[in-house]
Ligand binder design. Structure first.
Ligand code: SF4
Length: 353
């Protein structure tokens, strides 16, 4: 099987972003861009970066500027400690007699953390240091199906070690850019483009239907709200159900196809998710829906929507074939034989019975 890195690199060759700071190996410019991008989106950071390096073209220019001048350039960008640290670190660089050329030296500059040091070390000096930012956490946790919370000491260590293990040692700069762009463009937080993803077959989250649940944050797990979207597929007066597995609420009870997400899914989002099951799903038409249900359990609140879709000319093959193996086709007349959670029964009552 192709390595994760080689898949990411070939994806990057076609989809990577052409950003101005990627055209340079000047450590000062790469550093400025990385500090700006720490809490700023690329679209907004782009103009600030251009203006900043125009006003302070070299680290000497920045070091000799007054703090007022530096803050002026930063105005509107927020998180002003970044500008103060950048200014102080420029003076540090001048005292050192030049920009540090190894990871530890770069890491010792004011305001430079693990991520920024790894980015500069790899982008500028080609050192094999893996970056770990929000994009990398997301891609690795989903691809490998890791649910260790990313905001814990254990999680940070796990992902830092893994990121280093999968790094392409010969092309660390390209690899780092590829995995970050992949997270920013393909494997996005809310609507990852799984159906067109080159990692689809081997992605643990996709195959385990946990894409919306990863990565995990410990603070998030404390939130007791969950968002369910049920898809009830009607075919010849039957519906498709499966038994809930252990390790969660309602173990052993039957339910229709379920997408769980961190926020309410729109009908379009739900259709996009179903389309990942195959071409025939394009024949599904919306027959009924119930939205905005709130269901209280002892320790959590469930918010649920449900959509009833009917098959309209998909040919001879049952859609059951497209669903995972544990689904069964149940005639509506026999529905009562299958124990379902109260929430699911309410949905059935309001839509198909
Ligand atoms: S299949 Fe989806 S979740 Fe998995 S890596 Fe691709 S985009 Fe991300």
């Amino acid at each position: 099987m192709e390595s994760l890195s080689s898949v990411l690199l070939s994806w990057y060759a076609d989809h990577g972003r052409d950003l101005p700071w990627r055209q340079t190996r000047d450590p000062y410019r790469v550093w400025v861009s990385e500090i700006i991008l720490q809490q700023t989106r690329v679209a907004q950071g782009y103009d600030y970066y251009q203006r900043f390096v125009e006003r302070f073209p070299t680290v000497e220019d920045l070091a000799s500027a007054s703090s007022d001048e530096v803050m002026q350039q930063w105005e509107g960008l927020g998180y002003y400690s970044r500008a103060r640290n950048l200014h102080a670190a420029a003076k540090q660089v001048m005292e050192l007699g030049g920009f540090p050329v190894d990871y530890e030296g770069i890491r010792s500059l004011k305001g430079v953390g693990d991520y920024t040091a790894a980015a500069i070390a790899s982008f500028v000096y080609g050192l094999p240091t893996a970056v770990v930012d929000g994009n990398v956490y997301r891609v690795l946790s989903r691809y490998y199906g890791i649910d260790t919370p990313i905001d814990t000491t254990a999680g940070k260590k796990t992902f830092a070690v893994l990121a280093q293990e999968v790094l392409d040692q010969k092309q660390p700069a390209l690899h780092n850019q590829a995995i970050m762009d992949f997270g920013a463009i393909q494997c996005t937080p809310k609507s990852p483009d799984c159906s067109a993803c080159p990692l689809l077959d081997s992605c643990a989250a996709y195959n385990g239907k946990r894409v919306d649940l990863l990565p995990v944050k410990s603070k998030k797990t404390a939130v007791k709200e969950r968002f369910f979207t049920y898809i009830i597929i009607l075919e010849e007066s039957s519906v498709f159900l499966h038994r809930r597995s252990s390790g969660d609420i309602w173990t052993g009870l039957y339910e229709p196809l379920l997408f769980e997400s961190s926020a309410k899914l729109s009908l379009d989002d739900a259709f996009a998710k179903i389309s990942a099951y195959g071409n025939q799903t394009k024949y599904l038409k919306l027959l009924a829906s119930v939205e905005g249900l709130k269901h209280q359990l002892t320790h959590r609140t469930l918010y649920a929507d449900a959509y009833v879709l009917e098959c309209d000319g998909a040919g001879d093959d049952s859609l059951l074939k497209l669903l995972p193996d544990d689904y069964i086709k149940v005639p509506l007349s026999e529905l009562s034989k299958y124990a379902s959670p109260r929430l699911v029964n309410i949905i059935f009552e309001r839509t198909i019975i």
